[in-house]
Write a protein that binds this ligand. Sequence first.
Ligand code: BES
Ligand code: ZN
Length: 638
Amino acid sequence: MIYRVALLFSGLTILLAACSREPEVSATPPEEGVEKEATWTMLAPEDAIDPFTYANYNEVRVTNVDLDLKVSFDEKTLTGAAEIDFERLNPEAAILVLDANDLAISNVEAFSNSDWVETAYTMGEDDPVLGSRLEISLPNGAKKVRIAYGTSPDAEGLQWLSPEQTAGKTHPFMFSQFQPMLARSMAPLQDTPAVRMTYSAHIKTPPALIALMSARQDQSGNRDGDYTFKMSQPIPSYLLAIVVGDFGFKAINDHIGVYAEDYILSASAAEFADTPAMEEANAALYGPYRWGRYDMIVLPPSFPFGGMENPRLSFLTPTLIAGDKSLTNVVAHELAHSWSGNLVTNATWRDAWLNEGFTSYVENRVMEALYGESRAVMERALDLETLKRAIAEADRPELTALKMPADLAHPDDAFSQVSYAGGMFFLKFLEERFGREVFDPFIKGYFDHFAFQSITTEDFLAYFEDNLWTDHPDAVTKAEIDAWVFEPGLPDTVQNPQSDAFDKVTAQQSAWLGGGDLAGIETAAWTTHEWLHFINTLPSDLSLDDFTALDGLFSLSTSQNAEIAFAWYMKAIAAGYEPALDPLDAFLMRVGRGKFIYRLYQRLVDQDKREWAEAVYERARPGYHPIAQRRIDAIFAE
Ligand code: BES
Ligand code: ZN
């Protein structure tokens, strides 16, 4: 048996305690000197440190940043200054180490003895993953520094779109995407989820444009090119966000609304009309929404994700606008991050499942509350299939347990379906064993207890043990928990989502494949989910005649639902069904969402369509986000 308390609470140095976990976090700390047996060992200090930051955040910790930036579309830069407040955890600390990526620093000052004085700094070499180490000398007593700098036109966290690349065609557009570690390409920061800070910003744009950030906008919202923002709750750096462009706004209720380019504004407001009900369902389960307003912005199609949970302002892909609310689980997901991820944050990317697994679980609970068990089960069943595939395709077994390995090559590797669906199914397993009557209040208490903190998997386990398991020791065994959290592969305790709707689809599909009439399949009442199940389970030896018949009857190659079109193209490429190629070309030119395009290009390359794919990519690449360009370049470099 292992004792977790001795190390943590026996008065070691501030440094050690700060290294091992967030200083404020206390999973019911026992009295000093009292040794309480715990099932799981807390992390050794060196294992709790985020390896993807240069920051010396256990010595000097950033607490607030004030940005004063001018947005230049001609230069594709942000220029100005970042003023950074910090506290010294180690009173002797004489340097502040920040992360930077492609930033041009012109001058650094420190505020010391009530004056700004220039101070020395060094910028380290550029590492392709980490960027550069910015080390700033701290004069005695200095409490803040001011860094004058500019971003690079190639900053990986920002995409600059020309007017032609927007729907309106008149104004340019710029948006950020910082998770997991690209905030450092926008400002010098301690760019790790372990550090939380407040921020404010003064942003100057061309007068015709609007700027929004993941923060409260301070003034009336006049379109005058001069905007100020304040985020007064401490957030990790990856939740900083900025968008500048020409878009409209439509209110959904008094504190929820949507921004989008005009062509899609009404459609977006209609598609997301259930967001208030989602917020209510989420709050009823897990406590109040703590961020004031909740707005969404529908970005240009090059946005590389389905959604990004920037606080107060989720970023969304236009591919969600299907016309029938069938893809709004992504909104439920980004909104759910307001609890899991934004309120309680993974301290390192090794613990990404605390963000994404919890969020996928909450998302599914909210979908169930709004639309019923049948839809929630279908969504879980689709997720389970993708989870199994992710486990089968994992580069190494260590990437298939929830707690990611210490030697993760890149934080992106932590964001597979293992963290998402794996985390959700783990929580489903716990929910089933403990029962919702005790599990729901437990999760609510967890969000409350760790609110505005960054924590590790081990912190979760300690809290789970003290606040749930101890009272219900027979509900689960340690071996069952360990299989989910620390051991590779899919545990045999995974719940099997039983969908009657999918069973009916399968039965009809079998009847057709067994010689029945295709037109006899009753598809009229199928939802997107049933279509996805039908397409995903088409047999790999389906004849080209059958592809032609399906396409003829259901126009799948030109489906306006991006999920359905994607699922169909994946099958069509594998089968060599050529009539899908022109519509696929158009899809790849139009859509920049990574979840679709990475897998489509990969499949094309795997299926001897490299030349065709390369030709499309050559045309499409300039419109893709830098993050997507990097990923797809790697596919063609293989
Ligand atoms: N936080 C993620 C997006 C993300 C993850 C960006 C890792 C950068 C690195 C966001 O909440 C998300 O998970 N989006 C999903 C949608 C969700 C319903 C699975 C997406 O983009 O598809
Ligand atoms: Zn997410």
